[in-house]
Design a protein around this ligand. Sequence first.
Ligand SMILES: [Zn+2]
Length: 336
Amino acid sequence: MFVVVKSFNIFSASHSLFLFFKIKKNVLRKICLFVFLFVLFLNWGYSQIIKKTLELTVCESSNDSLDLANIHQYFVDSLGYYFFSSLTDSLMQESDEIEFVGFELYDEWDSLQIHYPRFDFKTKMDTSYLPLVCTTAPYFHPVQGVITSSFGWRRSRFHYGIDLNLNTGDTVYNAFRGVVRVTKRSKSYGNVVVVRHDNGLETLYAHLHRIHVSSGDTINEGQSIGLGGNTGRSRGSHLHFEIRYLGAAICPLNIIDFKEYKLVSDTLAISKNTFDYLNKISSVQADSKNAKWIVVRRGDTLSHLASRHRTSVRNIQQINRLKGTMIREGQRLRVH
Ligand SMILES: [Zn+2]
């Protein structure tokens, strides 16, 4: 049916225009002009019907790009008009953006602060599934170096990222398509870049020797962020790499296979359990606020200290990780 309409339209439009300029009689010229306008109207009507059909299909199968590709091909094959082809192309682009709603999650764009205010994930009751990549925006591994320090506790401090070994001057690559939010020199991070990605994540690249991007730059996966280095609070050249979602760090090992240099999965499940470690940090911080420290004097024993500070020997041993009862003069101990 579409082929018939297409042939009819092309034939009618070209011939009515041709006749309009050839025929001298006024009445016939008017008829030709009418036919030409009628064909234009017919084209417009069909375009509206197709636009509606495609919009419905995009909504119903937003996750199925294969269906869209078939629909696109069907209309292009059937009608062959540039107009329809550009319309469906733009809708197909929209279908990618339907999956990637990253920028809509954030209500502000701050190019100065490294960390976006953290969302309270304790209030999150459901599980969200975040698509990380699509065919036009895959993943690219930032640095192919071994892990020298992982996500988690490092003595009394929490390490919110992962450290990857590199040599100063090695190129550091952007992981996902996005826009550079922050580039600055920080006391702890050194030269640091934060990128907000289409998929909703933010990645952070620290201790860089040189920065190759500026805030506001749109960058693709695999594009150079800068050169790896040893700036800021760092002992030896390495990349400190963080992945954050709405201000909260996620263990990169949950997302990336650092041996195979690829994603663990194309989708990331996010629930309040993803951020359980934050509760642990809060309780440790609250605990350390109430902490009481003393310095051991000559002649002090653990039982003396326990009775003086109304606690038990066992408690002092536990919070100070003491294996026996030996303590020495001048030693700093926590008694509460
Ligand atoms: Zn680190």
